[in-house]
Write a new protein. Sequence first.
Length: 87
Amino acid sequence: MFTLSGKLLLLAVYGVAAGSYLTALPLAPDAVHWVRIVAAVLLGVHVLEVLICFRQVALHKGPLFDSVLLTLLFGVLHWKPMADAAR
């Protein structure tokens, strides 16, 4: 349950950040600015996660590209359950 709610929260942050570039949102400009910063920091951390935890990322049953993309979006919420199942 935590994994699903975490993934939904991350998608919401990324969606608001992406949507803020496409249209005016009914949020304060400072809030939009901080959401964009949070989304950028999360993506940066997830890039590092792909590099550091590549062995766990490669445990995905599907194509490696999919696993890398999912790790960029969800980070530890994607690769940690696979690594635990592989043990």
